[in-house]
Write a protein that binds this ligand. Sequence first.
Ligand code: ADP
Ligand code: MG
Length: 213
Amino acid sequence: MTAATLGTAWALDWMARAAKVVSANRIELIELDRAIGDGDHGENMDRGFTAVTAKLADARPADAAEVLKTVATTLMSTVGGAAGPLYGTAFLRGAKVADGELDAAGVAGVLEAALEGIKARGKAEAGEKTMVDAWLPAAEAARSAAGSGAGPAEAMRAAADAATAGAEATEPLVATKGRASYLGERSAGHRDPGAQSSALLLVAAAEAAEAQA
Ligand code: ADP
Ligand code: MG
């Protein structure tokens, strides 16, 4: 049995797993960004999540919202590039709607808020070969899982699977936002680095949810 709700322990475990997976995939993210950007995404994300780990080690967060808020401010001040403000906004918006313990609808609400934050900050829509292409199917999958009676871990897993498929599906797309858009048609044939890092983060969230008893 997985937990009926997700709270502080889940959010902290999510971030511990996120830091690990970002570090393990640092080179891959660098290479994806080298193909259609400037090659710094793996470095940026690893720096950010190393800082998140340090910050959370000293924190005594009262709830998941407080964890997400700390993550937001830390990523904003350490990641840099386009992804720093985008992820910062995503986690900040998520924190605002994370009200106590999260059930499946709560998880969907957090992902939807994060997605809206990214879209607003990046002025991006679906299909522009950005991290939106991972977060949008993720939020939709979580909402649909919640609607059919899934628990929060199942909703999070549905979101992670959808984000992974969404990141893969950015490969044939032509970028119209961010640095990759400078390449025009030549951006096709490569996976978007931000969509890939987003999928990694959401898989980490699902694993953390499944580990909650
Ligand atoms: P930079 O492009 O400044 O070097 P990063 O390499 O850290 O920053 O992040 C690049 C990622 O940010 C892209 O792969 C894409 O997913 C995301 N991104 C860039 N611009 C936007 C935007 N306007 N809206 C949404 N996501 C974006
Ligand atoms: Mg870059």
